[in-house]
Ligand binder design. Sequence first.
Ligand code: NAP
Length: 243
Amino acid sequence: MGALDGQVAVITGASSGIGAATARLFAAEGARLALLDVNPVPGDLLGLGEVTTHVTDVTDAAAVERAMAEVAERHGRIDVLVSSAGILDRVPFLEMSPERFDHIIAVDLRGVFLAARYAAPYMVEAGRGRIINIASQLGIKGGAGLAHYVAAKAGVIGLTKALALELAPMGVLVNAIAPGPIETPLIGGRPEEWKREKAAELPLGRFGRPEEVAPTALLLASSPGGDIYVGQTLGPNSGDVMP
Ligand code: NAP
């Protein structure tokens, strides 16, 4: 028996990094997957049992609503949503254009809102569900050159608390994960020297891997492990932040 046997899990940002690792783990635990990403889903994920793919931009409200309806129609329900789609951009605040700010907020915050907004009705109807939003430890500690990203991720943590309060009485548990630096393409382009220095600052002395974040999502998605988490932000972060 897998921890998610027969459950339907929607994962955004599923084509890469934390989303892809979560897809692999959830499939191994028996989940049926609906994988959403702005990019096509890599071939190895297509073999993970009963999988549907939805090339969807999470900033597009109509497309997100349509994708959730397709999932519900195809699989009959939505039990779990993991919102992992996200982008990172660095720019000094004094050079940050309003457009650049808006773009990060649109993907990293509004995209999380839209996915929850259009998945939650199916969960409320069923009287149960789990929503897991991938935030970032930078939403707690801040970060220079990242005003837009930090604002978005702090927003995800706040959004998570608001949704948790509103939806818990209807059986839908909403929580967030705020990872520290994780070895994915999101930060793959950073200079090696930055990575060495950053890793040395961490109590653990190294970055995390996506497969080390996915089990936190599994905990929050599963029962009884996730049954009494409501509005929490869990921190698989190599010790970077200790709230
Ligand atoms: P990743 O490997 O780049 O995966 C993110 C996926 O989301 C990519 O496939 C990306 O496509 C996709 N995506 C981007 N914009 C999208 C949109 N508008 N609609 C749908 N999909 C979109 O990054 P990751 O490291 O796994 O990040 C996953 C989440 O964890 C993000 O929310 C990120 O902010 C958060 N996080 C990451 C770290 C880290 O150190 N890696 C730390 C803390 C939090 P493209 O490749 O085309 O952009």
